[in-house]
Design a protein around this ligand. Structure first.
Ligand SMILES: [Zn+2]
Length: 233
């Protein structure tokens, strides 16, 4: 269906997948680290810090899965509704649909005669696929599986969130904040660089951007934690 060669299509898929994975891991690290740093800054003990981190990991992963499932499902529903309407229109008014397709090709730069020939040939070849692609903009390559997407989202989030949880597990309560902050900055820099490579952008800029936001998130929750810690004590 696509004009891209087989290997190019796979390349596009891999980059899209890698970028999504990096973004999910990023989310997991930033939100869970911020939570851990905030709870640690409030002067909590090791057990409380660890529970907060684990709860953050599970809650975040579930939330990502739910959000992804809903988003992918509703997109799939919308596409299926479009396709069945298109199927009906093709059956009920093939002439109008052929003219519609011809007009699309004329707008894209073909002259009337060539547009008509293209429309006729493509309609004979696979009318629904042609209308899906050229009229609705639905390509086969984005055929989506909601459960799979939800699972991948949860896993990538958890793979990032596990970093601050492990660091919190390994460090004494009074060192947790600084340990988590330092390891998070490092992990974010690596992920940011990776994401930049996957997206074809500059590595340093990608790393700096992600690291800055992570540091900001942790600074804000640390401040909140300290405020509540002080007011509670
Ligand atoms: Zn149509």
């Amino acid at each position: 269906m696509s004009r891209l060669s087989h290997s190019e299509v796979h390349m596009v898929h891999r980059i899209g997948w890698l970028r999504a994975a990096v973004l999910g891991a990023n989310d997991g690290i930033v939100s869970t680290s911020s939570l851990v740093v905030g709870v640690a800054a409030a002067g909590s003990g090791s057990a409380e810090i660890l529970i907060a981190g684990l709860a953050g990991l599970v809650a975040g992963a579930m939330s990502m899965a739910a959000g992804e499932y809903v988003s992918v499902s509703s997109q799939t529903d919308a596409e299926n509704a479009d396709l069945s309407r298109e199927r009906r229109e093709l059956a009920e008014m093939p002439k109008a649909e052929l003219e519609e397709l011809t007009q699309i090709y004329v707008r894209r730069g073909l002259d009337r005669e060539l547009a008509e020939r293209a429309a006729v040939q493509l309609t004979q070849h696979d009318a629904l696929a042609t209308h899906a692609r050229d009229e609705l903009g639905i390509s086969e390559t984005v055929a989506t599986r909601p459960v799979q997407a939800a699972l991948v989202s949860a896993l990538t989030f958890a793979s990032g969130a596990v970093v601050p949880v492990l660091v919190a597990l390994a460090s004494p309560a009074n060192k947790t904040g600084i340990g988590v902050a330092a390891s998070t900055i490092l992990a974010l820099a690596i992920l940011g660089g990776l994401g930049a490579v996957a997206g074809g952008a500059g590595v340093l800029r990608g790393a700096a951007r992600v690291t800055l936001w992570g540091a900001l998130a942790m600074a804000v929750t640390a401040a909140v934690g300290m405020m509540f810690g002080v007011s509670a004590g």
